[in-house]
Structure formats: C-alpha cells, structure tokens
Write a protein that binds this ligand. Sequence first.
Ligand code: LLP
Length: 423
Amino acid sequence: MNHFHYKGGVLHAENVSLTDIADAVGTPFYCYSTATLERHFKVFSAALPKDSLVAFSVKANNNLAVLKTLANLGAGADVVSGGELRRALAAGIPPDKIVFSGVGKTKNELTAALAAGIYQFNVESEPELIALDRVAEGLNRKAPVAIRINPDVDAHTHAKISTGHAETKFGIPWSRARDAYALAASLGFIDIVGIDMHIGSQVSDLAPFEAAFAKLTDYAKELRASGFAISRIDFGGGLGVPYRSDNAPPPDPSEYGRLAAGALKGLDAQLIVEPGRLIAANAGVLVATVTYVKHGENKDFLILDAGMNDLIRPAMYDAYHGIVAVEAPLPDAPLHDYDVVGPVCETGDCFARARPLPPLKSGDAVAILAAGAYGATMSSAYNARPPAPEVLVKDDAYAVVRPRLDDDAFLTADRIPDWLRKA
Ligand code: LLP
C-alpha cells in the first residue's frame, strides 16, 4: 500500500505531481510520502500488543523529516551509530524510546548514548559488556542492557542481509548466552533488562520468525527462572515488503503481530520491534531522467541520470525494484526490453536487465519504486556525484528535506595541504 498514483496521466506522490517536483528540484531526487510512512507505522503498531515499543530502524531512512514524521506518531528509534543517535534525538525521538544495536559501538558512542539516557543497549559481545560497564561507571549511571543472542535460525533471505545464523558476526552465540548473562550480572553498572535478536531483513516467510521467537521466549523464561530480570523482549526488525507484484506478498503485519503476541503469552514482558524496511520502503521513490537511449549490439540501454551511488541495492544484492514512466504510457503502448543503467563507470551500475517498459526517450522521467528504505541512506559520492536530494510530500505540499549539495560545497569539502600549495 502506498500513495504514488497516476493522476491526469502523471505519477503523483499523494497530490503532488512528480513532474512538478522534477522541474523545481531537478533529477535525480528521492521523494517520500508522509501518508504512506504514517499508514505503515500505524498499521504495524496496531498489530502489536499494547505498550510495545516500535523503534524505527534509522539505518533504513535517516532523513530528519522522515524521523520527525514518525516521532510525531510515537515512534522510537533503533540506532546503530553515534550519528544515527544524534539524528534520532534531533528529530525529537525521546531518549527513552531509543535502543542502540550494532556489533562495534565505540567508547564515544556508548558514552553519548548513556549520557542521553537511552532506553536500552542491545549488547552484542562480552567485550562490549565490559566496555559499557566501564563507561557507565565513569558516568556513575547504570546501563540498561538486553543481550543480543544469535538464535542460529536461517531467515531464508539474501545471504548479505541474513544476520541470525551462527556464521554471522551478530549477537552472542547461543552456546555462550548463559555465561554472558552471568557476566552482565557480575558487573556493577550493568542493569539487565531484556533479551534481543534480529534474524535478517526482507524476511518474507513467517516460519523463521516463529522458530526464533519460540527459541528466544523459551530462553527468557529460563533466564527468569535463574533470577535474571528479563522484562523486555526485542524481536528485531525484518518483515519483508513486496518489491515485485508477481511474487507472493510477504506476510501481513497482523499475522506477524499474532505470532509475536502468541510467543509472548504468559511472559508479561514488553515487546520491542525494530522495523525499517516495512515502514519506509514503499513510502519512497527515486525519480530520474533518461539521459540517453543507447542501442547496444543486441540490447537497448536506458541511461539514467541516477546511478548506483544513489541507489546501490540492485548492484549490491541483485535487488529488484519496479520502474515506471512518470508520464503514464498509453494503455496500448508496446513494451520494449531495456537494460536500465546509470552513468557510473561500473558494469554493475545497472538497475534492471531486460526490463519491459513502454517506449522512452531522452528527457523522459522514470520512478524507481520502493526506494524509501536503504536508498538514500546507502548512497555515496562515487564518481564525484553528489547524492540525490530528498523531498517529502504531504498531501498537496512538498518540501526539499535534504538539498542537493551544490558543486562548490562538494568540491571545497576537500583540503589541499600546504606542501602541495607551494609546489
Ligand atoms: N534491527 C537490526 C538490529 C538490524 O540489523 C536491522 C537491519 C533492522 C532492525 C531493520 O530491519 P528491517 O525491518 O529493515 O528489515 N541494506 C539492506 C538491508 C540491511 C538490513 C540490516 N539490518 C538492503 O537494502 O536490503
């Protein structure tokens, strides 16, 4: 469900024409829909037990305006760096709704998070527990901790975004979980509050969740029986989204909610979830213009002004994204197979291969769909291309919420050292 639709022959975000934004802002740009963000957040939250904390995974989309939109609905945040923590706080997400995940939190990051008074540290190793205890002692403040356990479950998703099996760097191995809790209990400035997991992203089947939820909640009961105060269960993020209309749709949030509530039954613990993709993916598109149509030896290339530096998912994970013309094609327009590519000097700079599209020509705009999660946040300046700006739409209004870096600002970020100036 999203709010990108054709009206009067032009693709709109809510009630704003993408052509109008393109004319004003230039392409490429990301465009997000407030209504879609809000709907996804509300539908997912409503599917969960009352008092659950829905901590939006900031890595999916860290634009301050997007975070503020969600903060206004009561969202918390799942952050994985000091930078994401700053963004979450700057967007007005209360510290007592922020959880901090990640395998490599530095002393500075731990200090900043503890000083801010965040809700929970999802600790991923024994050395991190010890480092956090020291930082907490320095601040004379107890650190609320959930230990992230690696449940060793196959999430049936892309290998590069699968996190919950024993071969990955994430979480403390199941076999050492008990020792990790004992270590935490022995540290003076660690306050054990819960247990955490995350099995992967774009999970499109409930079975791995079911297995992992059961494993984690059974273990939480055991820990309680041994005297550990487990009052929060963090199930991570990970419900997939429908990138392709011809694939079976991912499970509905209500099914996920039922499963989570069932697993928590009788535990009297707060549920924490960290959804990213499911909130933001379908709330955003990347709008680009066709620079050239090039006839290759045996195929045609649609060369866009957006590249893998703007949206790396196809190059990195062979991810599928729908692509549509911003000006609606005639209903009987013939389809033609194009390789849709960017201008970056890499063979992998390809958004789609042999994609059937209506005839397109230089100057036509296209929208790459479901790009609101892990799009702008993973962009780079490769090939000295400033990342695409971001626009947020609300009904018939829009605002540029992250401007394009102007060419001078981009250039003058670098410094020439003295010895080169003198040469
Ligand atoms: N919590 C933790 C600890 C995570 O590692 C992640 C994602 C999430 C929550 C959010 O998961 P979600 O609800 O979005 O599935 N760049 C990749 C996705 C990497 C996800 C990494 N962790 C992509 O574009 O597909």
